[in-house]
Design a binder for this molecule. Structure first.
Ligand code: BES
Ligand code: MN
Ligand code: ZN
Length: 506
């Protein structure tokens, strides 16, 4: 999709669809202009009551008199006094899907600078581009014959009042499409079934990214080196699989040389059978999504590189396939982690924390500013938060707040749970330094407490996205979450570092 800005009279724009806003019972500013030119055609439609102007309502009118556009879409934003980010997000997604149901190839969107409280038009245009690019996403790679009629929309213009507005809108559209590109990559990786999406496949995806973006370098730690590094926990997870495990390291260098990176670390279990502690058959197929944390890391790295953010970012994927076999790890086995701490593996289905703990130890050598791991770690987080919020855990309140704020702003929300010392005792093992599972209660918290034992040397947060990274049921699909949260978080850090720098460059 091509995005651009445009000024001048929207009435004369030769576009397939002119998108105008309706705020409750009144027309938006540009809509009022068009109304005049069309001898009150829009006012009459409003009066008849086919659109009430609620957030997310759309109405398409053809051949409006006095208007050059083929169609006019009225987009409801609701009562302007009650407008918030969630409502505007809903409206922009509705715009995208309504446009997708037409055969329009071009559109001119006039948002009149509308924005939720605390944000500006930049937010709205970023969200617009994200919504438009995401709405055309489909996963058809596995179909024998791909469906014929794909999306038709090719070019989208937004109306900008002046040069400044045009520049802001243009930057926002670029940011929104870069975000969508990362989101769509994360969705693709998540949706690819486990017979194709192996740890090797994820490593190849990360290498491919480094080929596209000059500032990105990918290296892969293979099993032989993992053994030399003492990564007994990570290696124990893939022990039953024919697929070799991989620790993928993506280094993005956009900031000053030697500047400490922000690290993101993803769980990349390409299929989780549970291992010898085998899962039940009912929904085991959903475990193709157990690499969605890794997918969100790779997707975020794509967006970061696309936006050329002026910071250093380290993206790490800890990948293995959790299978039962004669060589698989047994319940009761004790392994030694790279940190030197030993773990009694009471349940081979609690494998995510085992691959992550060694990855989290490994990255300490980069002396990261912050570390965020992302994992479909526990079924318990789905019980606690459902599909709406990602679980957040952190050993640093400042970092937790920054992530919560990034989630709110990007409409990809997280909710914090505690990792108090009180919970640690449930991981006690009679023989080893710790067990890999806690008691029956607070499964997401004890999983986070396990990780906390490996992240003491830096500011760290853990995102449990088991409920948010994919949808279950017949509309089963990867959502790409929490790429929007991660991208927002890193863009905020980039903005901060730009402010902190002397303004010598013009
Ligand atoms: N990948 C699962 C967590 C999961 C469950 C993700 C459901 C998405 C939906 C993880 O590896 C796992 O199996 N966790 C166990 C931990 C338990 C054995 C302590 C769980 O949540 O049951
Ligand atoms: Mn598991
Ligand atoms: Zn798992």
């Amino acid at each position: 999709m091509q995005f651009s800005t445009r000024s001048g009279n929207p009435v004369r724009a030769r576009t397939h669809c002119l998108v105008l806003t309706v705020l409750g019972d009144s027309l938006g500013a540009t809509a009022r202009e068009v109304d005049k030119a069309s001898k009150r055609a829009l006012s009459r439609v409003l009066k008849r009551g086919d659109i009430e102007g609620k957030a997310g309502q759309t109405l398409i009118l053809h051949d409006v008199p006095g208007v050059a556009a083929q169609r006019v879409m009225l987009l409801g934003l609701g009562d302007p006094k009650k407008l918030d980010a969630a409502k505007l997000g809903t409206a922009l997604r509705a715009l995208a899907s309504a446009l997708g149901r037409t055969s329009a190839k071009s559109a001119l969107v006039c948002l009149d600078g509308v924005a939720p409280p605390g944000e500006d038009a930049e937010w709205s245009h970023t969200m617009l581009a994200e919504a438009l690019e995401s709405s055309t996403y489909r996963y058809d790679d596995m179909r024998g014959t791909p469906p014929a009629n794909g999306p038709t929309l090719e070019t989208v213009e937004v109306l900008a009042a002046d040069r400044d507005a045009a520049q802001t809108a243009s930057d926002a559209l670029t940011a929104g499409s870069a975000l969508a590109a990362g989101l769509n990559l994360a969705k693709d990786l998540g949706n690819t079934p486990a017979n194709i999406c192996t740890p090797t496949y994820l490593a190849t995806a990360a290498r491919d990214l480094a080929r596209t973006y000059q500032r990105l370098k990918t290296t892969v730690v293979e099993e032989k080196e993992m053994r030399e590094l003492g990564m007994g926990a990570l290696l124990s997870v893939g022990a039953g699989s024919n697929e070799p495990s991989k620790l993928v390291v993506m280094e993005y260098k956009g900031g000053p040389k030697g500047d400490a990176p922000h690290a993101i670390v993803g769980k990349g279990i390409t299929f989780d059978t549970g291992g010898i502690s085998l899962k039940g058959p009912a929904t085991m197929y959903e475990m193709i999504y157990d690499m969605c944390g890794a997918a969100s890391v790779i997707g975020t790295m794509k967006t970061v590189a696309e936006l050329e953010l002026p910071i250093n970012v380290l993206g790490v994927v800890a990948s293995a396939e959790n299978m039962p076999s004669a060589s698989a790890t047994r319940p009761g086995d004790v392994v030694k982690t790279m940190s030197g701490q030993t773990v009694e593996i009471l349940n081979t289905d609690a494998e995510g924390r085992l691959v992550l703990c060694d990855a989290l130890t490994y990255i300490a050598k980069y002396e990261p500013k912050t570390v965020v791991d992302i994992a479909t770690l526990t079924g318990a987080i789905v019980t606690a938060l459902g599909a709406h919020a990602t679980g957040l855990f952190a050993n640093d309140d400042g970092l937790a707040d920054e992530l919560l704020d990034a989630g709110t702003r990007s409409l990809d929300r997280a909710w914090r749970l505690p990792i108090w010392e009180d919970y640690q005792s449930s991981l006690r093992s009679p023989s080893a330094d710790m067990a890999n599972v806690g008691g029956p209660g607070a499964g997401s918290i004890t999983a986070a407490c396990f990780l906390a034992r490996f992240t003491k040397s830096y500011r760290w947060a853990h995102l449990d996205c088991a409920g948010t990274a994919y949808r279950s049921g017949t509309a089963r699909a990867s959502t790409g979450r929490p790429v929007p949260l991660l991208v927002q978080y890193l863009r905020d850090r980039a903005a901060e570092s730009a402010e902190g720098q002397p303004r010598t460059r013009r």
